[in-house]
Design a binder for this molecule. Structure first.
Ligand code: CA
Length: 229
């Protein structure tokens, strides 16, 4: 079953959208604020987003941009103003579609269905899709060698990227510093296992909210490191 997140501050509209989509067999969640909506959109996996433009906290333009930086999920934008639609186009935010208020619920359902099936075809056929690891707010695009935290790109050196990707590709496994060094650095590399510690510290500074309480790379005292999922 497809799950849809509606980010809309006008409760009557959100409820109306929800009712009609549920009648069509979709699972629907509602967020009434832009900031909490964005947080949820980035953290959880939905099959489609319905996004209002004027929202408390964070507006729809910003939300669309942030979702698009990390996800290809269809985004349907909803606005009361024709001007906004022009702006959506102009900004090139990557929204898949837009709909102006007031709209008929059946039109909304039809658009949602069309985008979901188009997206499913795309996913199914696109064998050259980038290889991506997504864990909570962390996204590692292995193909493009890019790292994002909650939609914000972080710059990684080659070895930092290799080390993070290696750990994240083998979650819940403990590696000793020697094992990590041997896997990431080639024989001719200058350095020793202390290099691993230094790199782990730098990676944590980029991906952890609080480096003293790491959410991703755990230190296993006396042994090494483990990537938590
Ligand atoms: Ca609004």
């Amino acid at each position: 079953m497809s799950t849809i997140l509606i980010i809309e501050d006008e409760e009557s509209i959100a409820e109306l959208e929800k009712d009609y989509l549920e009648l069509s067999g979709f699972e629907v969640e509602i967020e009434n604020r832009g900031d909490t909506g964005l947080e949820r959109a980035l953290k959880e996996d939905f099959d489609l987003y319905i996004l209002d433009l004027m929202l408390p906290g964070t507006d729809g333009f910003e939300i669309c941009k942030k979702i698009r930086a990390v996800k290809d999920t269809p985004i349907l934008m909803v606005s009361a103003k024709k001007d906004d639609i022009d702006k959506i186009h102009g900004l090139g935010l990557g929204a898949d579609d837009y709909i102006t208020k007031p709209f008929s619920p059946s039109e909304l359902v039809a658009r949602v269905k069309a985008h979901l099936s188009r997206y499913e075809r795309l996913i199914g056929s696109n064998t050259e899709k980038n290889e991506v690891i997504e864990i909570r707010g962390l996204k590692i695009d292995k193909t493009a060698r890019r790292v994002f935290i909650n939609g914000v790109e972080k710059n990684f050196t080659t070895k930092e990227f290799d080390l993070l990707t290696f750990l994240a590709s083998h979650p819940n496994r403990v590696f000793t510093k020697e094992e990590l060094f041997n896997n990431i650095w080639d024989m001719e590399s200058v350095g020793d296992i202390a290099t691993v510690t230094v790199h782990i510290k730098k990676i944590r500074e980029k991906i952890e909210m609080d480096t003293s309480k790491p959410q991703y790379i755990e230190t296993i005292w006396g042994v090494g490191y483990r990537f938590k999922i």
